[in-house]
Design a protein around this ligand. Structure first.
Ligand code: MN
Length: 128
């Protein structure tokens, strides 16, 4: 990972759970990423439109609007659909994985999240 690039990489972390948010954001910030937070799906849409993150980590179970709905809306938006979305979900059954992929997520990680796996996916999805 290039330090120069990671310092300027903006990650939107859409996560309503405080503990999960802190765990992930502390780890990713230690890697040099810049973290922006959204606490529900509606906020994730608004912040994506305003701040154009490089990549989105999207919790699926959130209040107001869930991560699946937010993903569907973003992937229909011509200006925002290129932003990679990694779904974070406690749902572990195969049908739920399919629901995530059908909604348009680029990758999927089940909770409890493997930090190494998440950083690996971020690097892969951000490769030019
Ligand atoms: Mn949640």
């Amino acid at each position: 990972m290039s330090v120069e690039r990671s310092n300027t990489t903006k990650i939107l972390l859409a996560e309503d759970n405080q503990e999960s948010y802190e765990m992930l954001s502390e780890y990713l910030e230690a890697w040099g990423y810049h973290i922006i937070r959204a606490q529900d799906g509606k906020e994730a849409l608004q912040i994506t439109r305003e701040q154009r993150p490089d990549i989105i980590l999207m919790d699926i179970q959130m209040p107001e609007m869930d991560g699946l709905e937010a993903t569907r809306i973003l992937k229909k938006d011509e200006e925002l659909r290129h932003i990679p979305i990694i779904a974070l979900t406690a749902l572990a059954m195969q049908g739920d994985r399919k629901r995530c992929l059908d909604a348009g997520v680029d990758a999927y990680v089940s909770k409890p999240v493997s930090l190494r796996k998440v950083t690996g996916l971020i690097e892969t999805l951000l490769k030019p």
